[in-house]
Design a protein around this ligand. Structure first.
Ligand SMILES: [Zn+2]
Length: 340
């Protein structure tokens, strides 16, 4: 039964993807972008919107840094606009100074962005990153642990409220630090986490407006930066209102409405990634898809030393075809981890 339903659903989606004309269905953008192993080796730029776009000149964050470890590396989603990658490195260092043991870095983007084969409506223009709310363990995780280790939910079982046995002041400090950067426009968290902050942050509440409630996001928070310089094709999101977001808009999340299941028999809308073709994306995304790749992933990977390339500062950065276009990353040297 399930198979037949699956086949019918797939056939329906293929028809949608084909548009109105006869002939072969246009390929889905997720299939084109989801199979690119390396970024577009052209100047860094984001095109389109967070949920409908792509980016060029992406760099990766190394799987290991002094204060971070990348999770689920097999997904190859540790790519982003250089500003995003530099910001994660900076947050990892600043947060370590605040007492957070290090970042477990979740999905950022595919090498050239675009819609993904699975998960995430956004994360398409290299300006979104998921960071786990689980503190980094005091050791290097094995490759298999990075694929299999579960994140910790911050919620009490079957509830919309934070579990005080797992939530700590260090979580608050981490979110406050992430919100402190001018480039960060929004941080998405579960409504229960937002409520916890609203109820417990007493002194400086000036950063709370950036913390926005959203479904999911109780295992990780979602960091979103604004359109970077040099990206005229990047469509900004309207800035969040500057009130603390602890009033009516938050109360809505604690009604039945956001959680009501679909009426039985209602046909679910197809997911955007299952219908988006290249025609759905900015025209430049075709050039991004067609652009040459850098010499290797290593050549365009930000290491724990704050340099690009496997050998650190001595590495032939020119191995990256677009090295001259990369702005200075401004990643200061890591400090020692604080005593805990
Ligand atoms: Zn996310």
């Amino acid at each position: 039964m399930r198979c037949i339903v699956g086949i019918l659903a797939a056939a329906g989606l293929a028809l949608l993807a084909a548009g109105s004309g006869p002939g072969r269905a246009a390929p889905l953008a997720k299939d084109l972008f989801g199979h690119k192993p390396l970024p577009a080796a052209t100047a860094p730029a984001s095109y389109g919107f967070y949920s409908k776009g792509c980016f060029s000149g992406g760099i990766a964050i190394a799987e290991d840094g002094p204060n971070w470890q990348v999770m689920r590396p097999s997904r190859n989603r540790r790519w982003g606009h250089p500003d995003m990658i530099a910001l994660i490195a900076r947050l990892s260092r600043d947060a370590a100074g605040d007492g957070w043991p290090g970042l477990l870095v979740g999905d950022i983007s595919q090498p050239r962005g675009g819609p993904m084969l699975t998960g995430h409506a956004s994360h398409q223009i290299g300006l979104d990153a998921d960071i786990w709310l689980t503190p980094m363990p005091n050791r290097r995780l094995s490759p298999s642990e990075r694929e299999k280790l579960s994140a910790t939910s911050m919620l009490k079982k079957d509830s919309l409220y934070v579990d005080d046995d797992v939530w700590t002041p260090a979580h608050v400090a981490l979110l406050k630090r992430a919100a402190s950067y001018g480039q960060v426009e929004r941080i998405l968290v579960h409504p229960g986490i937002k409520k916890k902050l609203c109820d417990t942050v007493m002194d400086d509440r000036s950063w709370l407006y950036k913390i926005r409630p959203f479904w999911g996001h109780h295992y990780h928070f979602h960091l979103r930066i604004g359109c970077p310089a040099g990206s005229p094709g990047c469509k900004p999101q309207s800035p969040p209102s500057h009130d603390d977001g602890c009033g009516k808009s938050l109360a809505w999340w604690f009604t039945d409405e956001p959680w009501r299941p679909a009426k039985p028999g209602t046909k679910p809308e197809p997911k955007a990634r299952d219908v988006m073709t290249m025609a759905s994306l900015p025209a430049t995304c075709q050039a991004v898809l067609d652009a040459p790749a850098p010499a290797s992933a290593e050549a365009v990977t930000l290491t724990g030393k704050g340099t690009l390339g496997a050998g650190g500062a001595q590495a032939p950065v020119a191995a990256s075809a677009f090295a001259p276009a990369i702005p200075p990353l401004d990643v200061p040297l890591p400090r020692a981890r604080p005593e805990r």
